[in-house]
Write a protein that binds this ligand. Structure first.
Ligand code: SF4
Ligand code: SF4
Length: 468
């Protein structure tokens, strides 16, 4: 009862502080058109040459050895749907939701298959056809994707209630007394995945405009994310500190919206477009014309891939197409940005520390950012980087995959934790909040003391240590 009462109270308080700015989607721009599998360019659908080189890199094929669970099999299914030779059925829907969307197949593919485009349109087709609809599924999707994740004030209100539940000791008591056994089976299995909520969110930790004392040579916008804002707001603070140390003025809009990747990957393309428009508006309100920014920074690998596709998402929208095109040219992952400008090396000797690096799928496969995080880690005095076996193999987080496909997700997490143990490192760096939540759950389940940390947090600590 206590978390519920706290949630009601804080929801009301937060709603008063940050009144909901919208409850209905933005009206579509005149001329904006949806795109689905059948409308995809034939060139995209025909890219696959059936060579099979992607098969060994696909976690679902590796687990089942079934062609239909492989990238090649799924592409053939999507092509058949696009060409009208196959209907969008429940079997097709389940197949496309068994895919992690990890994009390892894109990295492996010599033909340059654009799996992301096909996969997102396929899931949109599945939702439009309603072949997986059940009352429970519709209710959960409506509550989360359209209700909570479109309203940052509501997400924060829920976060604050959860924070009280965790920080008051109630969560520990509930676990100690075994009360989680009273939850329905699926909620009981999800409970250990509950992320730790921070005391302060990004707008309390970061000023709207922060300028380095010695003056700035660059001006950047900062994206604080939605899950990242609740669970890793300190990583956002660290990111701003690292940008300041690298002579950047940082503009951070106060109330930001979810980037829309959750919606885009789960067939809610119209909502994803709505989120993209709102984020463009949010950034312009704080920073002015996007063209005048040197970069728009994200520190969440999963969000970054989607944020870089706003141009495609809004290319049919006359009011936003040009702004989305500029947005896409400006969005940079923090590791990518720092490596491009030449990062300031932290001064002084740091404490000896052995660190391994787990690659977020959407950072390495989606954005092809692999060497930059390693280079930044190697800049840190005293830090020894040991390679993680299968570092780019999915950890099973994959957006909401750990919720929708818990068995497959748990197998992937076990494999990842076993590989981490082989390195002997007690610190795992990774650049995506979804992976961090998953890996932290893995560490907790094993009663381990391994630290899961963002590479930029390690860099920020090194800059601070160099000053003291
Ligand atoms: S996205 Fe990942 S799980 Fe899906 S087909 Fe490609 S490699 Fe396999
Ligand atoms: S590697 Fe590329 S071209 Fe070859 S089967 Fe896989 S998706 Fe098709």
């Amino acid at each position: 009862m206590f978390p519920l009462a706290a949630w009601v109270f804080l929801s009301a308080r937060c709603a008063a502080m940050h009144p909901p700015t919208f409850d209905a989607p933005l009206p579509p721009s005149p001329g904006a058109k949806p795109i689905y599998l059948k409308d995809l360019d034939f060139g995209i659908l025909a890219q696959c040459i059936h060579c099979g080189l992607c098969l060994p890199t696909c976690p679902t094929y590796d687990a089942t050895k079934l062609e239909r669970h492989s990238p090649r099999g799924r592409i053939q299914l999507m092509k058949n749907v696009a060409e009208g030779r196959l209907d969008v059925t429940e079997v097709f829907g389940n197949e496309m939701y068994f895919c992690l969307g990890c994009l390892a197949c894109e990295t492996a593919c010599p033909a340059g298959v654009d799996y992301t485009r096909m996969f997102e349109e396929a899931r949109a087709d599945i939702e439009r056809a309603g072949v997986l609809n059940t009352e429970k599924r519709n209710w959960i999707r409506s509550l989360t994707l359209r209700g909570i994740f479109t309203r940052p004030w509501l997400l924060r209100a829920i976060g604050r209630a959860l924070r009280i539940y965790q920080a008051s000791g109630m969560e520990a008591l509930v676990r100690k007394l075994g009360l989680t056994r009273l939850l329905p089976k699926n909620l009981r299995e999800l409970e250990p995945l509950t992320p730790r909520i921070q005391q302060d969110f990004s707008d309390a930790l970061i000023g709207e405009i922060e300028t380095p004392p010695e003056g700035a040579t660059r001006r950047v916008g900062m994206l604080t994310g939605c899950v990242q804002d609740l669970t890793y707001s300190h990583v956002n603070r660290d990111t701003v500190d690292v940008l300041l140390a690298n002579h950047c003025e940082v503009i951070t809009p106060r109330m930001q919206h979810c980037c829309g990747s959750l919606h885009g990957h789960n067939g809610e393309v119209d909502t994803a477009r709505d989120m993209a428009r709102r984020n463009i508006d949010d950034m312009e309100r704080s920073a002015g014309p996007l063209a005048e920014l040197d970069a728009i920074i994200t520190n969440a690998g999963g969000c970054g891939t989607h944020l870089k596709h706003y141009d495609h998402l809004l290319h049919n929208d006359p009011r936003y197409a040009e702004r989305a095109r500029i947005w896409t040219t400006k969005v940079k992952d923090i590791h990518e940005f720092l490596s491009a400008i030449g990062p300031v090396k932290p001064a002084g000797a740091g404490a000896e520390q052995t660190v391994t690096y787990h690659e977020s799928c959407h950072l390495c496969h989606g954005q092809k950012i692999t060497k930059q995080p390693r280079e930044l880690l190697k800049l840190i005095p005293g830090l020894k980087l040991v390679e993680l076996p299968e570092s780019s193999w999915c950890c099973g987080s994959a957006g909401v995959y750990n919720i929708t496909q818990p068995e497959m997700s748990a197998k992937l997490l076990d494999r990842k934790m076993a590989n981490i143990a082989k390195t002997g490192a007690k610190c795992v760096a990774n650049g995506n909040p979804g992976c961090s939540v998953q890996l932290e759950a893995g560490v907790r389940a094993r009663g381990d003391d391994t630290e899961i940390v963002h590479p930029i947090t390690l860099l920020a600590r090194a800059y601070r240590a160099g000053k003291s």
